[in-house]
Design a protein around this ligand. Sequence first.
Ligand SMILES: [Zn+2]
Length: 165
Amino acid sequence: MLPTPQSSVGPGVPIEFTFAPLIEISAEGAYVFGKINDVSSNVLHSVQQQLRVLEQRKHDGKAPCPPIPNTRAKGCLWVWMHKATGRHRWTLDAPSKYTCATCFNARRACLLYFGEMKWMILPLPPAARTDESWEDAGYYVHQGIKESDKYFPGTWEQSRRAMGS
Ligand SMILES: [Zn+2]
């Protein structure tokens, strides 16, 4: 998809990027996307906030170079822009297909670069979803009271510290 002349996410958001909520990956491996305009305002707000942080980091000369990740699996937007890929924790099942532990714990939409200037909003792993429909916030950002990934044992990779090395 070509970049739209006006950002679909809102004012202040770089127009060169597009964002699409990942609904599921089909049995054949096809990525099924929804429309950014149909996601919950909570999720959209989280995307906008992260882009504001990215703009600020660019302004401060702290943004990573190159300006977009080289590969899809290197890390989500948050981890990438903080140059912290070594601390990244994906789900044990289908890594890089679901929200990372860092974003889950921060109640943040996890954005992963798909290519062609497009970022995916990754869904929560099914066990951690509080909503069934991708148009509801709890499909992407945990809305429950379980405050960290340790309440979902076996879902995410453990941190190195937790593994004792
Ligand atoms: Zn993340």
